[in-house]
Design a protein around this ligand. Structure first.
Ligand code: KG4
Ligand code: ZN
Length: 377
């Protein structure tokens, strides 16, 4: 079975072809056209500019995905598109393109929740991925656990997902496929949003996550001179599984205001990045482990753009191995951490496979609509 995925919820125009063979999902092509450079000058995504770029890019990106996969439209069995949440002008482009293709090609169409896509990025087996263009060395332990993971074709439920992106920070419990229970979430800013806002305060580039993690890496713990005060670990001791990152961002703002003369001091900036990042990681790990102790999942996965953060990947893996060694830990391949259409196609496959009424999807092009506030259900 071959699935064409389409994603335009924010600032990446993406199309992918994935193929299901013997219960294994392989990415045959995954084209991501990023608008980062365009939005960087504004310090964040401008919705109407994003939509204009999606309009320009959507057809070439879909054509390239089919071309690289060496498949014709007739060979596609199913279309899957991000229906929401996201920026409405951006979502509309992908949804309307998918509806048009579904009608023209007479292929079934599924609307996918963006976070569902991030979660299902962990179900992609990467053996024949066409885009494994960069790999960063990772700790032995994580490599070992990833190796074990790729040897199996399915992750075991119950599964606990730590979803961390630019718009979401959630702990999601899944007792089976497509069954989502949000057991905790951010009360204000998302983790990725906090990275982006702190980067802006520090005069670093957009998106803030990669910029901050690069600076943080330049501080090795033994050289850490403690110029910066230690930032708070918000809500770390509350009994629920909620998060809050807006106060942390404010703490960074106040510290920089108090020390304006130090803003040109590169060590000062690196130390802020290091301690801010560690503060976010500490809270994420603490809450995830507390939730795992209460809900006893068999698997913990990381999902969303912030899952590209190597310190988070590494430290969460190490803590699980230490405190909950029976639990399997899975992170998405780095190319499927950020927004991409392969993850949308993967989620589409599971929705299709688990649907009792597959005929309904032949006519979804008539009524499916983009929904910026779509709920995970
Ligand atoms: O999932 P994503 O690509 O888009 C949304 O659905 O929001 O996530 C984007 C977010 C941005 O806030 C970006 O700063 C963050 O992910 N991010 C990172 C890293 N790479 C991307 N945050 C921390 N460390 C990173 N290495
Ligand atoms: Zn995303």
């Amino acid at each position: 079975m071959k699935i064409l995925g389409i994603e335009t919820s924010c600032d990446e125009t993406s199309a992918a072809v994935i193929e299901e063979k013997k219960g294994c999902l392989n990415v045959v092509s995954n084209i991501v056209s990023s608008q980062i450079k365009l939005h960087a000058q504004w310090g964040g995504v401008v919705p109407n500019l994003a939509a204009r770029e999606h309009v320009k890019n959507i057809l070439p990106v879909i054509e390239e995905a089919l071309h690289q996969a060496k498949v014709s439209s007739q060979e596609i069995d199913l279309l899957a598109v991000t229906q929401g949440p996201g920026l409405i002008p951006a979502l509309l482009i992908g949804v309307n393109a998918a509806k048009t293709l579904s009608y023209l090609w007479e292929k079934p169409l599924l609307g996918i929740h963006h976070i569902e896509g991030h979660i299902y990025a962990n179900f992609i087996e990467n053996k024949i991925s066409a885009i494994s263009n960069f790999r960063i060395p990772i700790s032995k332990q994580i490599r070992k656990s990833q190796k074990q993971n790729t040897e199996k074709t399915s992750l075991e439920f119950p599964l606990l997902a730590l979803v961390v992106s630019g718009g979401h920070t959630q702990l999601v419990l899944m007792k089976k496929h497509l069954d989502y229970q949000v057991i905790g979430q951010t009360l204000d800013d998302a983790a990725g949003e906090a990275f982006d806002k702190v980067a802006r305060i520090l005069g670093l580039s957009y998106p803030g996550g990669p910029a901050i993690s690069q600076k943080a890496k330049l501080i090795s713990n033994n050289k850490y001179k403690k110029l910066a005060t230690k930032f708070p670990r918000p809500l770390i001791h509350t009994k629920d599984f909620n998060f809050s990152f807006s106060g942390l961002k404010t703490a960074v703002l106040y510290l920089t205001r108090k020390n304006e003369s130090l803003l040109s001091n590169t060590l000062f900036i690196k130390e802020i990045c290091h301690d801010f990042q560690q503060s976010v990681i500490d809270v994420l790990i603490h809450k995830t482990l507390a939730a795992a102790k209460e809900y006893q999942p068999k698997t913990i996965i990381l999902a969303g753009g912030v899952s590209a953060n190597w310190e988070l990947r590494k430290q969460l893996g190490e803590k699980i191995a230490l405190e909950l060694p029976g639990i399997r830990y899975q992170v998405p391949e780095i190319e499927y951490s950020g927004d991409n259409a392969a993850m949308i196609a993967a989620a589409g496959y599971f929705r299709w496979k688990n649907s009792k009424n597959k005929k309904q999807y032949k006519k979804t092009w008539e009524n499916i609509s983009a929904d910026s506030n779509l709920k995970l259900s």
